[in-house]
Design a protein around this ligand. Sequence first.
Ligand code: IMP
Ligand code: MG
Length: 177
Amino acid sequence: MTIELPELKVLFSEEAIQNRIKELADEMNEFYNGEEVCAICVLKGAVMFATDLVKHLNMPLKMEFIRLSSYGTGMVTSGKVNAVDISLPDLNGKNVLIIEDIVDTGITAKFLTDFISGNFKTKSTKFCSLLDKKITRQADIEPDYYGFEVDNKFLVGYGLDYEGYQRNLRYVGYVEK
Ligand code: IMP
Ligand code: MG
């Protein structure tokens, strides 16, 4: 049996994404000024973005991976954050950089920043998301860094999935109704 995947229109090409990542990395390299960073990749969605971004960061850096999920199935958010695996090392006194794929309602971002501030006294905590759907925000949170602002469309590719598929695309596309 073959799965029927939606047809996508390209929103951000591979080239546009990679260029924007270099710009973000330049800003971060300037901000951190050689200080050590702990980058936390929020699986599964941020895997592509996080791995591409850190390649352009030039300070001593460690990577951590946590796994959260909020989307149940299909294209509607469940509104609840499911912390599948949130084991982290001691982040006291560290520069923490959280790397996400997309901030939509902001519930996940809020959960995560509250979790970090509730458990650690970090030197700094910054939130970076490739995509920012500002228009659908419910929680009071804005990413410190974001790649692109996007409309309220369901986006797929470059880590973002449709029913678990299409994370492997090199571009971000949207589903045409
Ligand atoms: P939030 O908690 O509503 O901000 O949603 C955050 C999570 O929902 C993201 O980390 C994504 O994994 C997922 N998500 C939100 N919008 C989209 C989308 O357009 N496509 C795929 N996943 C999405
Ligand atoms: Mg995500």
